[in-house]
Design a protein around this ligand. Structure first.
Ligand code: AMP
Length: 218
């Protein structure tokens, strides 16, 4: 199965992608995670991407398309994949169509997760990541603020630079101006599954699973 998880920053694409990846046994491809890893390892890509990401802007299409093309061609993506954070511009969507044609994939499900802007700002400013395992949490919901509940690292929580409020506002602006038109593009050419992201995590997952199973049975 090939899936695109679409939606604004903070809507829960990453969380849902991890759950769907475990459920279907297909890789979760987060372009944001790929870039953060490159920044951490100070590769040429990381050095170039770091400043752009810190401003909440988009890394140029040619770079992103190259990364996604290389990733989707890997054997681990043969039985399917979940794209999280790509495509984010019309150029990326058009290039993805070409990549899918090269890979002879003609059926891709697009899931659009929705939430209001106030909710997204609230969620993103409360978001903390673990330096050690990369898991993302709502800081208010972590009971022991000193220990990561996933990998048990000590004092490993930090706020990503791009989760600071001024950067978040810019990311939402970029989403409206550049990424949202991708949704209109898909709505013209494909069937898009809309999912309300303002529910409990499990409920969102169940709604996605049942929508996908309806699609497959039709
Ligand atoms: P994310 O974790 O998906 O919100 O991505 C974090 C940041 O990485 C974004 O704010 C962008 O700066 C960059 N990024 C991730 N995916 C893309 C993409 N498809 N195109 C351009 N920039 C991206």
């Amino acid at each position: 199965m090939q899936l695109i998880l679409f939606g604004p920053p903070g809507v829960g694409k990453g969380t849902q992608a991890k759950k769907l990846s475990a459920k279907y046994g297909i890789p979760h491809i987060s372009t944001g995670d790929i870039l953060r890893e490159a920044v951490k390892n100070k590769t040429a890509l990381g050095i170039r991407a770091q400043e752009i990401m810190q401003r909440g802007e988009l890394v140029p299409d040619d770079i992103m398309v190259g990364i996604v093309r290389d990733t989707l061609k890997k054997p681990r993506c043969k039985t399917g994949f979940i794209l999280d954070g790509f495509p984010r511009s019309l150029g990326q969507a058009e290039s993805l169509n070409k990549i899918l044609a090269e890979l002879k994939i003609n059926n891709i499900y697009i899931i659009n997760i929705t939430a209001s802007e106030e909710e997204l700002i609230k969620r993103l400013t409360n978001r903390r990541a673990c330096k050690s395992c990369g898991s993302i949490f709502n800081y208010k919901e972590i009971k022991d603020k000193k220990e990561c509940p996933v990998c048990h690292a000590d004092n490993s929580f930090y706020q990503r630079n791009d989760d600071k409020e001024d950067v978040i506002r810019n990311r939402l602006k970029v989403y409206s101006s550049t990424t949202k038109p991708v949704l209109q593009y898909y709505k013209k050419h494909n069937y898009v599954i809309d999912i309300n992201g303002l529910q409990e995590i499990e409920e969102v997952t169940n709604n996605i699973l049942s929508a996908l199973s309806n699609m497959k049975n039709n």
